[in-house]
Structures are given as structure tokens and as C-alpha cells.
Design a protein around this ligand. Structure first.
Ligand code: MRU
Length: 361
């Protein structure tokens, strides 16, 4: 798939393929400052934990640009820019609550700032832009490494079920769960994919189907409630999903509905894998019950295509956007550092903890 996120040095803008309009039309959205970056994150112009992280990294740089423009001559004269910038970063970090990659990216930029005491705002901007570009490229490399590890778990002829979109569109490129499939296909395996449609925002039907089709991978969309039947009929060999945050014990938050898929996979004895980079692990979260679950606007449930209303006026709806799959349902966690196996607390301490913050650093 062609790149869906690009930084334009000429315009000092992050250009994003607007995922709200896929698969029907390609429209680009430009982030040039804090507000439009937050808008892009919150309305899901861009979404998916690793892509959110890379967007946030560029967003930090855009905050510097904006601060320079707003404060002009004041910058350097009275030192106030530090507070202004810190306030912007705090807002950026709070844009979405579940995907830990957002906090992770802003924290890396913060560390760079702290390790350059007395740095000028302009010089900090240069450092941050350079880091954001590095994170952008490195995310693709990490996904390819993860994909190669994950492909060892698939067999020629497998049909893989996935939930939501953890593909190129959810990352800087290649993807996490779909990266495993792309790697297996690149190695010559014949893999078919069942993409669960993923209510309410329909990332599976709209985005996973879009990018797999574009890449020539055999994909069929199933409504979320077909999952048990497909498994019962023996039509699913493996499940591979992404994650938005993984706790220190291996409990994994992913798009709403994933937990149910994992329970069904267990029932039918189907291996269930989570694929995520080390930046998605939150070692400060001891277990999944501490992961914040985003609740979104009711409109996403009541108006699935934004035009058509499917719920009567004034009937309340649930708006949870994520759920947490307990680690005991997970066969393996595929990372760029290898495949983690139970007991996950130990595997995560051994493989992920040592370089967690410095994955790009
Ligand atoms: O709300 P989203 O679309 O940002 O949710 C994130 C996801 O796409 C998934 O939960 C995904 O499976 C993990 S992110 C690679």
C-alpha cells in the first residue's frame, strides 16, 4: 500500500490520508498545528495505536512551530515558551485515552527536551522533527520484523480471522496483525483473511478490506456476529489481532469485540495471537483492569455511515470503543523482539522491559 502519512518539509505539515472517507474516496488532511492534530486523532482521520504514536511525534514538532509563530519576538526574551509548549503537549497527550503509543511518543519528545537544558525553541523543533521522522521510518521496520516472527505461526493455506484494522493504515506502514499476513504472503504462503466488520466505526469492513484488497490479499468481510458460526464450521485456522495497550501481565486492550472473539477462539481450540510493538506495552499498568477504556460519541453507534440513522431518537446506546482480552486467552504475543509465551509477566519483564522507553532511542 502507498504511504498514507507523509511529512511535507515544504509546507511544514503532516499529510494524512483521511480514513473517515475510506474506502469510498481518497482525501488528504493536513495537520499544521495542535488543534488540527488533535482533531485528526479524535475524529479518526488517523487511528491505530502505532499511527497515533507517529502522528503525536510530528504533533510535538507542530506545537513548537505554533509556539514560535504565536510568541514571535517574546521567545527567548522571557522564557515563557516552556510553559506554553508544555501546556500544548499535555493537550496532545490527552487526545485519546486507550492507545498508550500516544503518551509514549510525547514522553520520548519530553525526554529529549529534558536532556537538552537551555535549548532554544527553534533548536528543540529541529531535534523533534528529526526524531519524528526517525520514529516514522522505524515503525515500518519494526512492523516488518514483527511480521516475520508472526509468519512463523501461520501455515500455507491458513484462513486468518482479524478484528478491526491493525494494518498499514493503523501504523506508519506494513501493519502489526496484518503485517504478519503480509509477511506470510510475501514468503509465498497462500493465506485467506476474514475481516470482522468491527462495529461501530467499521474499521474491518472499511479499512482492513480496503488495504488487503489493494495489496492483492484474499479477504472476505464477516459481520461481527458471524464469528462463532465461521469458527464452528472450521472456516478459521488462526486469529491474529493488534493491540492498543498491553499491560505488564499480558492482558491486551484492542478494539471492542476482540475479547468475544478470543473467548470463541478458546472454545473452538483456535490459536489466538496478539501482534504489537514494544511501544504498545504499558509496564505501569499491572493488569488490564487498569487500562482506560475510551467511550466515544453515541453518533458512531446510531449513525454508522454518518448519514443513516439506525437507532430511534432518544434511545441510549453504549459507546465503549475497546475491551481487554485476559492474557489466559492469548496463545502468543508477537512483537518485534520475538514471540512472547505464557507466563507473560515473566516474558514481558525479560524481553520488553529492558528497552521499553528507548525503543527508538
Ligand atoms: O479506534 P482505533 O481505530 O484507533 O482503534 C485502534 C485499532 O485500530 C485497533 O484496536 C487495532 O486492532 C490495534 S492498533 C494497531
Amino acid at each position: 500500500m502507498d504511504s498514507h502519512m507523509r511529512f511535507s518539509d515544504h509546507d511544514n505539515a503532516l499529510l494524512l490520508l483521511d480514513q473517515r472517507y475510506l474506502p469510498l474516496r481518497d482525501e488528504w488532511y493536513a495537520c499544521t498545528g495542535l488543534d488540527d492534530t488533535i482533531f485528526a486523532l479524535q475524529t479518526m482521520v488517523i487511528r491505530g495505536a502505532p499511527a497515533i504514536g507517529v502522528t503525536a511525534a510530528y504533533g510535538c514538532y507542530l506545537c513548537v512551530r505554533e509556539t514560535l509563530a504565536e510568541m514571535g519576538a517574546e521567545v527567548g526574551a522571557n522564557g515563557k515558551w516552556e510553559e506554553v509548549l508544555a501546556e500544548k503537549l499535555a493537550k496532545l497527550k490527552a487526545a485519546r485515552p486507550t492507545a498508550v503509543n500516544l503518551r509514549w511518543a510525547v514522553d520520548i519528545m519530553d525526554e529529549i527536551w529534558k536532556s537538552h537544558p537551555g535549548v532554544s525553541l527553534a533548536a528543540l523543533g529541529t531535534l523533534w522533527l528529526c526524531k519524528a521522522k526517525e520514529m516514522h521510518e522505524e515503525d515500518i521496520e519494526i512492523n516488518k520484523r514483527m511480521g516475520d516472527y508472526g509468519a512463523t505461526q501461520l501455515e500455507d493455506g491458513d484462513t486468518v480471522m482479524t478484528h478491526c484494522n491493525a494494518g498499514a493504515l493503523a501504523t506508519a506502514g506494513w501493519g502489526t496483525a496484518l503485517g504478519v499476513i503480509y509477511s506470510a504472503v510475501a514468503q509465498g504462503m497462500d493465506i485467506k483473511v476474514i475481516a470482522n466488520e468491527t462495529r461501530p466505526f467499521l474499521q474491518g469492513a472499511r479499512l482492513t478490506a480496503y488495504e488487503l484488497q489493494k495489496s492483492g490479499v484474499d479477504v472476505t468481510v464477516a459481520t461481527d456476529n458471524m464469528c462463532a458460526l465461521l469458527m464452528q464450521k472450521g472456516m478459521v485456522n488462526k486469529v491474529v489481532v493488534g493491540a492498543d495497550r498491553i499491560a505488564a501481565n499480558g492482558d491486551a486492550a484492542n478494539k471492542i469485540g476482540t475479547f468475544g472473539v478470543a473467548i470463541m477462539a478458546k472454545h473452538f481450540g483456535i490459536p489466538f495471537y496478539v501482534a504489537a510493538p514494544s511501544s504498545t506495552f504499558d509496564l505501569q499498568c499491572a493488569s488490564g483492569d487498569l487500562i482506560p477504556i475510551e467511550e466515544r460519541t453515541p453518533r458512531e453507534v446510531t449513525h454508522p455511515t454518518n448519514e443513516s440513522q439506525i437507532v430511534p431518537d432518544d434511545v441510549p446506546v453504549y459507546t465503549f470503543a475497546f475491551d481487554v482480552t485476559p492474557n489466559e486467552l492469548v496463545t502468543g504475543i508477537i512483537t518485534e523482539k520475538g514471540i512472547l509465551r505464557p507466563p507473560y509477566s515473566e516474558a514481558i519483564q525479560k524481553k520488553i522491559a529492558p528497552r521499553k522507553m528507548g525503543a527508538f532511542g
